[in-house]
Design a protein around this ligand. Structure first.
Ligand SMILES: NC(=O)c1ccc[n+]([C@@H]2O[C@H](COP(=O)([O-])OP(=O)(O)OC[C@H]3O[C@@H](n4cnc5c(N)ncnc54)[C@H](O)[C@@H]3O)[C@@H](O)[C@H]2O)c1
Ligand SMILES: O=P(O)(O)OC[C@H](O)CO
Length: 333
């Protein structure tokens, strides 16, 4: 099987390496030309996944058409805000029978669309039918270290999700299938907003009570937004919802949680982002989710306060107070 991977960040590189170690012939596309040269020479992605030895079955390119052409499966892992731009360039080179898998987690800020809708707008129909979404609790570095991990592959056609399940599964990477594309996608995107909030709470010096409250009420908020977009609420109790939410709100490897911690300590967002070469998807997904929830008429108090901290310079402590002092209500609402 010939596989192309679009995006050599920490997740794209990790999944490309997993597939190459399984024996597939894999070509990894990197946006950074100098990184391609270094990966070829040193067998390591020193920018996004330092210290992990890359398989000899892995080829590297800076040429997007080369990565997309004549592939049985193409894995898409750019930051979500760049998905449209990158895939518009790649699209003409993709063969109609190629299995497409997206592993990016975010909502486009300009259109408020999840990746499934972004891709449906730019790809030919025969490719859209075969689209699968891979999501779930999976820090790249732990998968690269072959630590047992479980994720979900969602496609509208079960046989398509099963093919992707077979391709990606290993003894340390267990893939479940699901038919709820929008639920699986939104779980992965919205948990990043909650991870920022959990980080803010930690940065302010609050404890486990606050974090548990944020995780639980965050899940309720994610489920409400998901249901308004047609997701199955049960999906949010699974790996792509609760699973990824718990991981990202509690794990020190989370970039989103780390950004939240710095915000909670009072560091300006601009400073934090200037010091980061990796993407914290939650920063832009907070903006899209805030506007999306308003458009849908869904109550999203944590997202709203996170938006005010990020984009309206609201003090983190005031945001927490405002959350606590909202009108009291029954838990089920
Ligand atoms: N890292 C993880 O543990 C992890 C796990 C699951 C899902 N994801 C998701 O995978 C997606 C990619 O994240 P990542 O962690 O692999 O990236 P990263 O933060 O490690 O690296 C940044 C990526 O952005 C790319 N990039 C920067 N500027 C670009 C441009 N102008 N055009 C195209 N690409 C450009 C870089 O080449 C690199 O691939 C995100 O949606 C993320 O949420 C990440
Ligand atoms: O480091 P984060 O916060 O982008 O999270 C990475 C993955 O999405 C965890 O599943």
């Amino acid at each position: 099987m010939n596989i192309g991977v679009i995006g050599a960040g920490s997740w794209g590189t990790t999944l490309a390496n997993l597939l190459a170690k399984k024996g597939y012939s894999v070509t990894l596309w990197a946006y950074e030309e100098d990184l391609v040269a270094r990966m070829r020479e040193g067998g390591e992605n020193d920018l996004y996944l330092p210290g992990i030895k890359l398989s000899a079955n892995l080829a590297f390119t800076h040429d997007l058409p080369e990565a997309a052409t004549a592939k049985d499966l193409l894995l898409l892992v750019p930051p979500s805000q760049l998905m449209r731009r990158v895939m518009k360039q790649a699209s003409p080179h993709i063969a109609p029978q190629t299995l497409l898998v997206s592993a990016s987690k975010g909502i486009e800020t300009e259109t408020l669309l999840p990746m499934s809708s972004v891709l449906a707008e730019i790809l030919p129909r025969e490719l859209v039918q075969n689209l699968t979404f891979l999501s779930g609790p999976s820090f790249a570095r732990e998968v690269a270290g072959e630590m047992p991990t479980a994720v979900v592959a969602a496609a509208s056609e079960p046989s398509v999700a099963q093919r992707v399940q077979d391709v990606f599964s290993t003894d340390y990477f267990r893939v479940y299938t699901n038919e709820d594309i929008i639920g699986v996608e939104l779980g992965g995107a919205l948990k990043n907003v909650m991870a920022l909030a959990a980080g803010v709470s930690d940065g302010l010096g609050f404890g486990y009570n606050t974090r548990a409250a944020l995780i639980t009420r965050g899940l309720a908020e994610m489920t409400r937004i998901g249901m308004a977009l047609g997701a199955n609420p049960a999906t949010f109790a699974g790996l792509a919802g609760m699973g990824d939410l718990v991981l990202t709100c509690t794990g020190d490897l989370s970039r989103n949680r780390t950004v939240g911690i710095e915000l909670g300590r009072g560091r300006p967002l601009k400073d934090i982002l200037e010091g980061m070469k990796m993407v914290a998807e939650g920063v832009q997904t907070t903006e899209s989710t805030y506007h999306l929830a308003k458009k849908l008429g869904v109550e999203a108090p944590i997202t709203e306060q996170m938006y005010k901290i990020l984009y309206e310079n609201k003090g983190a402590l005031r945001a927490v107070n405002d959350l606590m002092l909202r009108e009291l209500k029954p838990e089920g609402k």
